[in-house]
Ligand binder design. Structure first.
Ligand code: ADE
Length: 225
């Protein structure tokens, strides 16, 4: 799967993809993540990418031309399944959206800044608008990193133990059961006896009960269906 991310802050996106699972996915050739500097597609001397809003008001609006030039150049090289705009007024990202997107081929992600982007970019190019939650961040870069992380870990072959993505919180509609590792006794705080029993069936039942109880307590909305 290939991601082309278009941003005014390419440096901000150097580190998030250079570690751990995301780095391994790229080394294995399963995911390709390419960051494009929007300013490279500006045609004026100042390399500006924004302008004053028509109709007045505070804040600058990102112009259509630099985005259009960058997207058109990418589309000349390959076809894209989705052009995603990260925005707090998009559809909220959840596990089922991440699952769906992990089956796509090539995806472009647009990161907004300032007051927003010219509506015509959304009308002409964008196929999906995604929010990572009901709060406003300074730009779309961190949301784009969140989205890419949520998707890439689901692509088959990325995780060593493929079942571990399947047992993630949310994946089965439930939050995760509590996890423990050594020592069995930490200053009097014991690991639940059942986990030391070696009885696989009982342990699975216990984990399922714990997951249910935790979900009921913290996220009863997940159990509604
Ligand atoms: N840009 C700014 N805030 C955002 C959010 N919550 N989700 C996606 N993109 C954003």
């Amino acid at each position: 799967m290939r991601f082309d991310i278009i941003t005014v802050l390419p440096d901000l996106l150097q580190s998030p993809f250079a570690h751990s699972i995301l780095q391994r996915a790229q080394t294995k050739g399963i995911a390709e993540i390419v960051v494009h500097s929007l300013r490279d597609y500006s045609t004026n001397k100042q390399r500006s990418v924004d302008d004053y809003p028509y109709g007045g008001g505070s804040g600058m609006v990102m112009s259509i031309e630099p985005f259009a030039r960058c997207i058109d150049a990418l589309k000349e090289q390959r076809t894209y399944d989705e052009i995603i705009f990260m925005t707090p007024d998009g559809v909220t990202l959840n596990q089922s959206m991440a699952n769906e997107l992990s089956g796509k081929g090539n995806v472009i992600i647009l990161c907004g800044h300032y007051k927003g982007i010219d509506q015509r970019i959304r009308d002409i190019y964008v196929t999906r608008e995604v929010s990572i939650g009901d709060y406003v961040l300074s730009g779309g870069e961190l949301p784009a990193a969140v989205l890419v992380d949520a998707i890439v870990r689901l692509i088959p072959g990325v995780l060593n133990d493929e079942t571990s993505a399947l047992s993630d919180s949310f994946q089965g509609g439930l939050l995760d059961a509590p996890l423990y590792t050594r020592p069995a006794d930490y200053k009097g705080h014991q690991v639940p006896e059942i986990l030391l029993s070696g009885h696989e069936l009982k342990i699975n039942n216990w984990r399922h009960e714990q997951a249910l109880a935790r979900t009921l307590k913290r996220r009863p909305d997940l159990l509604e269906d």
